[in-house]
Design a protein around this ligand. Structure first.
Ligand SMILES: Cc1cc2nc3c(=O)[nH]c(=O)nc-3n(C[C@H](O)[C@H](O)[C@H](O)COP(=O)(O)OP(=O)(O)OC[C@H]3O[C@@H](n4cnc5c(N)ncnc54)[C@H](O)[C@@H]3O)c2cc1C
Ligand SMILES: *[C@@H]1O[C@H](CO)[C@@H](O)[C@H](O)[C@H]1NC(C)=O
Length: 190
């Protein structure tokens, strides 16, 4: 065989092998993505730390506009309940890690809040009034304050924040001793 056509033959074989590899790796990727939800995460995957960067915490509001006023009000009542109860059960003396977790949570709560226009307004409030996460009482007082800012804008009655401690005591303080991962202070209101 002349050397030119031999080179061509070698090239063809290479191309064939490369295409075959490409095809099968693509195929196994498809299988992977389908099976991924069913299989437990690999050890390697669970060891990947989740790093919540500042740009993720402070980005634009993600959800679209929520035009339905009934749905918006229902969502609001449920969200405020979750928000204030979270603060009412936050530790009196949180660790640095716990305070950072709460702060990140509040910022992600804002970004992902399912009413886009609400989230945009709330983002402005967070800029003006940064989350207070150094203790249960400061978080609860901060939550009451920003909720009142929303009430004010929507021309609603303001809430008396000196009542906040009693109002969101869910009566579940005793569960902490059994179910909690770490014993926390009791739900004292001062
Ligand atoms: C982050 C966020 C942003 C929102 N932005 C908008 C918006 O831009 N436009 C819009 O139309 N709706 C918005 N909403 C919804 C709105 O705040 C109300 O939830 C909704 O209008 C229903 O109002 P409501 O009168 O039933 O009482 P809510 O304001 O839902 O309050 C529920 C209950 O919480 C108690 N409460 C009231 N004030 C306080 C306070 N300061 N601290 C603690 N407890 C209190 C009262 O018992 C009240 O009945 C938002 C909700 C959230 C969570
Ligand atoms: C608005 O939302 C409420 C509560 O979710 C729902 O029952 C109602 O059907 C919605 N209205 C429209 C026009 O979609």
């Amino acid at each position: 065989m002349p050397s030119a056509s031999r080179r061509f033959a070698v090239l063809l074989i290479f191309a064939g092998v490369a295409l075959t590899i490409l095809y099968f790796s693509g195929y196994s990727d498809t299988i992977d993505s389908v099976g991924a939800q069913l299989r437990p995460a690999s050890k390697e995957a669970t060891q990947q730390p989740i790093v919540v960067e500042d740009s993720i915490l402070h980005g634009h509001a993600i959800a679209p506009k929520l035009g339905n006023e009934t749905a918006k009000a229902e969502l609001g009542r449920a969200a405020w309940k979750l928000f204030h109860t979270t603060f009412a059960r936050f530790p009196d003396k949180p660790t640095k890690d716990e305070s950072r977790a709460l702060k990140s949570y509040i910022h992600l709560f804002q970004r992902l809040y399912p009413c886009g226009e609400c989230a945009t307004h709330f983002g402005e409030l967070l800029q003006k009034y940064p989350p207070q996460v150094s203790s249960r009482s400061s978080a609860a007082a901060w939550g009451c304050h920003v909720h009142n800012k929303v009430n004010e804008r929507l021309k609603k009655e303001l809430f008396d924040c000196s009542n906040i401690g009693d109002f969101y005591d869910c009566g579940c303080a005793e569960d902490e001793k059994e179910g909690g991962t770490k014993a926390q202070g009791k739900a004292e209101t001062s």
